[in-house]
Design a protein around this ligand. Structure first.
Ligand SMILES: [Zn+2]
Length: 391
């Protein structure tokens, strides 16, 4: 009997191998020792079940005529059925899909330039891209676009700009990997300079606060962006959000489908008409949006004004021009006449998370539950749009 260091207990807490992995090792060992007698192989497998383990008890309890007692192939089938791969069983596909969509890379990570993978230096963005592809493969969405919008929306800009609309995960990963190093380097340099500036600003504000004890103007420069913020997040802002403190709620969690649905309905309701007056109003909406929101504000929380004359989101519209009848790749509208990037993203998020709910539009316009970020149309200034041109 060949010595074996392979054991199987049928208990994920004790096992380092799955049932399948265990059987593979068994076969390898049998081959290494030139054993092809099924009875000997079965005996070896039996002796590799841990003492008093679930696996041993299971095997002992098998009927005398059970095929699993006679051939390694039958044993493998029965063992895998009785002890399915715990890691796989615990992670349903939907969970894997949402894990892929939530994968992130930060500018800090990009700034590191390379990471070590199995003793080899790999560029950080390439390693990230490979990891995403492996996950997408495991979730069986490699050739689909499920979740790509949310994923792209959270990419650092230098990578996001390289991603094309409606790309599958497979294509997306290629696009990320192909971002030229020169571009990455200059984005990182820019980011570092920006960080330095922010730090200096923070120091300056702190110093101002110290010198003007009790002076209300001390904290002024960064905190007056909105007047209607709901209560700040529970944790102290500085501890959890070192950057972008202009919009304390911008990075709250993803909106629930219900919240997103309400946000979309309200956004459609507030859409300006395609008339000279309507277009003026639309310009005001956009201006106000940018006054009230940081550039990284969550679009699934705050939304974005819709271009007059376009179709509602989730109507199967083209994300480039907002019209129905064709999709992104077939869009013939010239680049300068396309809808703003943020509207495009907002439409993408609605479309990918809610589906074609507006293909035949009903009319559900409940008020939006403003948890976290405040929807654009409820923010300072938007109420008085009826009062006439602002300038
Ligand atoms: Zn189009």
């Amino acid at each position: 009997m060949p010595p074996t260091d392979v054991y199987f207990h049928g208990d994920p807490a004790k096992d380092t191998l799955s049932a399948r992995g265990f059987m593979k090792r068994m076969r390898n060992q049998m081959r290494a020792y030139n054993i092809d007698d099924e009875a000997v192989m079965i005996k070896a497998a039996e002796d590799s079940f841990g003492d008093d383990s679930l696996a041993e008890k299971w095997f002992t309890a098998l009927p005398a005529a059970d095929p699993a007692r006679f051939t390694l192939a039958a044993l493998e089938t029965a063992l895998m059925r009785r002890f399915p791969d715990a890691a796989k069983a615990e992670k349903p596909k939907a969970q894997l899909v949402s894990e892929v969509a939530r994968m992130r890379i930060t500018m800090e990570e990009l700034a590191k330039k390379t990471v070590t993978v199995r003793d080899k230096e790999v560029y950080a963005h390439e390693e990230f891209a490979d990891r995403v592809l492996r996950m997408a493969d495991e979730a069986e969405i490699k050739t689909s676009t499920v979740g790509t919008w949310d994923f792209c929306a959270e990419l650092p800009r230098v990578l996001r700009e390289a991603a094309s609309e409606n790309a599958t995960w497979e294509a997306l990963v290629q696009e990320i990997k192909q971002v030229p190093l020169v571009k990455l380097r200059s984005a990182v340099t820019e980011y570092k300079a920006q960080r330095k500036l922010e730090k200096e600003m923070e120091g300056l504000v702190a110093a101002m606060k110290k010198t003007s004890m009790g002076g209300a103007q001390g904290a002024a420069p960064q905190t007056t962006t909105t007047t209607q913020q709901t209560a700040p997040a529970t944790q102290p802002r500085n501890a959890t959000q070192p950057r972008n403190n202009a919009q304390p709620n911008a990075n709250t969690q993803a909106a629930s489908p219900e919240d997103l649905r309400r946000l979309m309905d309200e956004t459609v309701r507030c859409m300006a008409t395609d008339t000279p007056d309507g277009r003026t109003r639309y310009q005001e909406q956009v201006t106000r949006w940018h006054q009230n929101n940081a550039d990284n504000a969550r679009l699934d929380r705050v939304g974005y004004p819709l271009t007059p004359g376009t179709a509602p989101p989730c109507s199967g519209e083209c994300y480039s021009c907002g019209k129905v009848g064709h999709r992104g790749a077939a869009c013939s509208v010239p680049v300068e006449a396309r809808i703003p990037d943020k509207e495009r993203h907002f439409r993408g998020i609605c479309g990918s998370r809610l589906g074609l709910v507006n293909a035949q539009r009903g009319g559900n316009t409940a008020a939006v539950n403003a948890v976290g970020a405040v929807p654009w149309y409820e923010q300072a200034g938007e109420q008085d749009f009826g009062a006439g041109p602002a300038q």
